[in-house]
Design a protein around this ligand. Structure first.
Ligand SMILES: [Cu+2]
Length: 168
């Protein structure tokens, strides 16, 4: 912004400029202050989230390492498909019913196409410990199924990535 010593004649322009400059300066200072507060809040929040997730991760590791999802079939026909996974307790070999699956993604990451995702729709399963999803596998090749789940009686989140093939 042109200052009042920038060579402009004194007069009306200067009078009109002053209040605007003052308010701009105030805005600026408030802006900086606000930014500082926001930054402090941000850093504090980030630190808390960091601590919380470290806690969650170590608890999850301690409690959930005994569980894993396994594909019922490693190969499916391209097109509309039902993908079935079995949640097992690795120590006992037993299927684990009543898990709450809340995060799912199915994409062609194994083929270098992680952006090629397809919709997953949960469908009921008659077999305890088996969880099923309907999906349209619109391309043959490798697909990756990402699952996040809560296991009854365990804290933390189980996260598994499973790969299978869609065949023509
Ligand atoms: Cu693809």
């Amino acid at each position: 912004m042109a200052g009042r010593h920038a060579g402009k004649p004194h007069g009306l322009i200067q009078v009109r400029l002053r209040p605007r400059r003052a308010s701009a300066w105030l805005n600026d200072e408030f802006g900086k202050l606000n930014m500082t507060f926001l930054r402090v809040k941000h850093v504090a929040a980030a630190a808390l989230i960091g601590l919380a997730s470290i806690g969650a991760a170590s608890r999850a590791w301690a409690n959930l390492e005994d569980y894993e999802f396994r594909l019922v079939r490693g190969e499916l026909k391209k097109g509309d498909a039902v993908i079935a996974v079995r949640l097992v307790n690795k120590r006992t070999g037993q299927p684990v019913p009543d898990a709450v699956i809340f995060a799912t993604r199915l994409d062609m990451g194994p083929e270098g196409m992680p952006e090629m995702a397809t919709k997953l729709t949960p469908v009921p399963s008659a077999e305890p410990g088996v969880y099923q999803f309907r999906a349209n596998l619109r391309m043959a090749g490798g697909w990756q199924l990402s699952l996040g789940a809560k296991v009854q009686g365990e804290t933390g989140t189980l996260e598994n990535k499973l790969e299978f093939k869609a065949v023509p």
